[in-house]
Design a protein around this ligand. Structure first.
Ligand SMILES: [Zn+2]
Length: 123
């Protein structure tokens, strides 16, 4: 899907218009609204009701809706690209010193720095 391309905005790059268009297409192809239902024993429930023949469209619409909510919501300012090459993931910068998507990426960068320092000293 075009979600990755839309996240280009995180890296101060304009996403391809076709990616935005594809996301909007997924949003409008099938309704994502949860409907109010009521059962005598369980009471009111909010649930997604969609025909089983449109499961894929519904899943894509839900993914697109979550993407829009993240990109336009209060956490959008926290979105960042992982600083560990060649990782291409995005993360929510939950604290100022967070630069990597995972401990694994952070460990890889620290190990590379250490290796470079060691090589510099021996050269
Ligand atoms: Zn990463």
């Amino acid at each position: 899907m075009h979600v990755r391309e839309v996240f280009a905005a995180v890296e101060d790059r304009a996403p391809a218009p076709s990616a935005v268009e594809a996301l909007n297409h997924a949003l409008t192809r099938t309704p994502t609204a949860h409907l109010l239902t009521r059962e005598a024993t369980a009471g009111f429930r909010s649930e997604a009701t969609h025909p089983t023949t449109r499961v894929v469209e519904h899943a894509l619409a839900a993914l697109a809706a979550d993407t829009v909510a993240l990109l336009t919501g209060p956490d959008a300012v926290l979105l960042a690209a992982c600083a560990a090459e060649p990782c291409n993931r995005y993360l929510l910068r939950t604290h100022a010193r967070r630069h990597w998507c995972s401990t694994r990426c952070g460990d890889r960068v620290r190990a590379a720095r250490s290796y470079a320092r060691r090589n510099q000293r021996t050269a």
